[in-house]
Design a protein around this ligand. Structure first.
Ligand code: AMP
Length: 494
């Protein structure tokens, strides 16, 4: 099938061909004829499948006849984030270059006055985030009675971000008779219920199984045996991962905004060409960074989920997850930034033993184990070998052997030590790792350790000995934790 078979106008076919598209993607092939016929759509499609064109292309043809009146947009596209809305607007410009349609982008962080002026003149297509749209509506600057086509893009994300009440309110302000196109990367029960409320006899289109990862993305998982807040170890591991790959351009995802800033500064300090993007940055700075990343001035973009949602960076070579996301769906969205439109991509994730629940949820959702990544510089936890069970004597020997050398660049021990100069941010104990954490753990000496502990209170030991015993007691729970971690990781991966 090619674009000419879909019923699109010659102007659109020429714009599509100028964009370099030769054949429609599956969602385009299925959705475009249906939208042109006026049907509602319930599309289950992940990012990178070409879903934006599947609704923008037919909308341009439908809206070609008719004119917008002042403050009364003829169509409305709701997107969960500013970046996604801006991207949809860009798509409209690309595909609509041969049409005379007017468009307004209504997003937070940009001048409300300018947006009101455009809307005052009348727009055919209004692309908005829900919050800003309601703001403007409540000021009386917008009348929604003339909206003939409504698009709800990334509905699952709207739900995650708590926008559903806003979306419901907006829909209640629209005419009952309209065409609604509803897209979501996943079709969980709640999303389906929502779709049922908004759609009339929709054509259901699913271009891949819900929440599957694109086959064009090579995935990998590196276990970093450190505490959740041991940022230095994680940053060392991240750099090792980046260095191990032929990275042309990459997005690094962090769960927390605070980590976005820390990782961004750290990467720059270590000579990487990185930028950052998170929800607390003003819109102009976000857009500027995004432009720099898209045109190659920045190679690595460190960002939060909200900021990066729906980002379309052509030919992104890598995605790195600095943490595993708390929602398994986000894993699919994150890695979907790469391997888009049939191109190959790589998505590598760092994980720590404390993220076992997130990992299990991701493995369950994608229905596959994520292959482990093994690097010499950073040894994954599953590679660890328990020291020989020779108790005290062995412990004494290894105590000196295992102590890290100052200034060494790389560590092969399972408990990694940050050896590079601090990058300005000290978390917890900073670069210092207490000796008891570095001590190897004896896994099968619990019986003797227990009997030692039991007998301890009865003896009146001198002060020096008590200190020693205390450190033995400290080491014991760690031994247990390590045994548990290894087993749980296995379970999670299975
Ligand atoms: P989307 O899933 O809408 O975010 O689109 C993902 C990427 O695929 C974007 O960079 C589009 O420009 C590109 N794309 C969309 N449709 C096609 C097509 N038919 N052929 C090639 N690339 C496409």
């Amino acid at each position: 099938m090619n674009f000419a078979d879909l019923g699109l106008s010659d102007e659109l076919l020429s714009a599509v061909s100028d964009a370099g598209y030769e054949t429609p993607t599956p969602i385009q092939a299925q959705a475009i004829p249906q939208v042109l016929m006026g049907r509602d759509i319930m599309g289950c499609a992940q990012t990178g499948t070409g879903k934006t064109a599947s609704f923008t292309l037919p909308m341009i043809d439908i809206l070609a006849s008719g004119r917008a009146r002042a403050r009364m947009p003829r169509s409305l596209i709701l997107a969960p984030t500013r970046e996604l809305a801006a991207q949809v607007a860009q798509n409209f410009e690309t595909y609509g270059k041969n049409s005379k349609l007017s468009m307004a982008l209504l997003i937070g962080g940009t001048s409300m006055g300018d947006q009101m002026k455009i809307i005052d003149r009348g727009v055919d297509v209004l692309i908005a985030t829900p919050g800003r749209l309601l703001d403007l509506f409540e000021r009386g600057s917008l009348i929604l009675r003339d909206v003939k086509i409504l698009v709800i893009d990334e509905a699952d994300r709207m739900m995650d971000m708590g926008f559903i009440p806003d979306v419901e309110k907006i829909v209640s302000l629209l005419p009952q008779i309209r065409q609604t196109l509803f897209f979501s990367a996943t079709m969980a029960t709640e999303i389906k219920k929502l779709a049922d409320k908004f759609l009339m006899n929709p054509k259901e289109i699913s271009v891949s199984k819900p929440a599957t990862t694109a086959e064009t993305v090579r995935q990998g998982l590196m276990m970093v045996d450190c505490k959740p807040h041991d940022g230095k170890t994680k940053r060392t591991a991240l750099r090792a991962l980046i260095d191990s790959e032929d990275v042309k351009n990459a997005i690094v995802f962090c769960n927390r905004k605070r980590d976005v800033g820390i990782v961004y500064r750290s990467l720059n300090k270590h000579g990487y060409n990185a930028g950052q993007m998170h929800g607390d940055m003003v819109q102009s700075a976000r857009m500027e960074t995004l432009d720099k990343f898209k045109n190659g001035e920045i190679t690595i973009l460190v960002c939060s989920d909200v900021a990066a949602r729906g980002l379309d960076v052509p030919a992104l070579s890598h995605v790195f997850n600095y943490d595993l996301p708390s929602h398994a769906d986000d894993y699919v969205h994150r890695i979907g930034r790469t391997g888009r439109a049939g191109k190959d991509g790589t998505a590598l994730s760092l994980t720590t033993p404390s993220e076992k629940k997130q990992l299990a949820a991701i493995v369950k959702l994608i229905g596959n184990k994520i292959p482990p990544v093994k690097l010499d510089a950073v040894q994954p936890v599953e590679e660890k070998k328990a020291p020989a069970p020779k108790r005290e004597k062995e412990r004494e020997n290894t105590r000196t052997r295992e102590r890290p050398q100052r200034g060494a660049r790389k560590t092969t021990d399972a408990v990694m030590v940050q050896e590079e100069p601090a990058d300005g941010v000290i978390i917890g104990m900073g670069a210092h790792t207490p000796a008891f954490l570095l001590r190897p753990v004896v896994l099968d000496c619990s019986a003797s350790a227990q009997s030692e502990e039991k007998s301890a209170p009865r003896k009146k030991a001198p002060a020096k000995k008590t200190t020693r015993r205390a450190s033995t007691a400290k080491a014991k729970p760690r031994a247990k934790k390590k045994t548990e971690t290894t087993t749980e990781e296995k379970t999670a991966q299975e």
